[in-house]
Design a protein around this ligand. Structure first.
Ligand code: 16G
Length: 241
């Protein structure tokens, strides 16, 4: 992978070579890569050069370091377009990943004043509160806390929540989900969130709050989701007007 007489700098060649090995799945996510010394010996190059290549790959998110252990191949981030109102299950399936869900809690609560206003129900009205970890190919991606009016989603059960809520709302209840408004913020994982997402407390996360309405304009859900920032990036297409 290294050509010493090439005009391309050696660190760059190594960097590109490692990237290619990741893309071609010769190096798999979670796998430990050889040490600086091993690369240096294998290609007859200096450790400084190897260090530069590896640092660049860490900065670009291809590799991550674990203190005292080594350098590992990172999971590729999921790129999520911010257009089109889709469900988690749909998003993962459209990428060929298998969605799954861990229901952490499912209970009936009374609407607080704030939630009542957002869901356009009376304060104290029955709501379902659902906490779920959403996984793709068994890896935790997001932790969601969802509120939905019991009157609207009367038959919702934990068994349904293990699968797709949007599928249930549309295909079982026959309602039409029309519109969503989402606010995205950078944040740090709090203790519980960190446990659910299997990251260190304080790790970077993307916080998303979504409110979805039906074609009748009636609010369907208010959801607060915490996404792992190391597994997600969002893209927005823009037209100049
Ligand atoms: C997404 C939505 C969430 C919705 C869920 C339904 C975000 C930030 N949130 O996770 O609001 O409740 O999809 O997914 O995208 P499901 O149909 O797979 O249960």
């Amino acid at each position: 992978m290294i050509q010493k007489n090439s005009p391309l700098p050696i660190y760059y060649q190594l960097e590109e070579g490692i990237k290619e090995a990741i893309q071609q799945q010769q190096l798999m996510p979670g796998e430990m890569i050889p040490s600086e010394r091993e690369y240096a010996e294998k290609y007859g190059i200096s450790r400084m050069t190897v260090r530069q290549a590896l640092s660049n790959l860490v900065n670009d998110g291809y590799l991550y370091r674990q203190r005292g252990k080594g350098t590992f191949v990172a999971h590729q981030k999921i790129e999520q377009p911010l257009q089109g109102l889709t469900s988690f299950s749909e998003d993962m399936r459209s990428r060929g990943l298998v969605p799954s869900t861990r229901v952490i809690s499912f209970k009936e609560v009374e609407a607080s004043i704030d939630l009542a206003a957002k869901l356009e129900v009376k304060a104290g009205a029955p709501l379902f509160e659902l906490k779920r970890v959403r996984l793709a190919d068994q890896l935790p991606m997001a932790y969601e806390m969802l509120y939905i009016s019991k009157e609207l989603a009367h038959g919702l059960t934990e068994e349904i929540a293990v699968n797709s809520i949007y599928d249930y709302v549309e295909n079982k209840l026959g309602l039409k989900i029309q519109h969503g408004r989402q606010v995205l913020e950078a944040s740090f994982a709090r203790k519980t969130e960190a446990e659910m997402l299997e990251v260190a407390e304080g790790a970077p996360v993307l916080l998303i709050e979504r409110r979805t309405t039906l074609d009748t304009n009636k609010p369907l859900e208010v959801v607060r989701s915490v996404y792992r920032a190391d597994r997600y990036k969002f893209t927005i297409d823009m037209e100049r007007f």
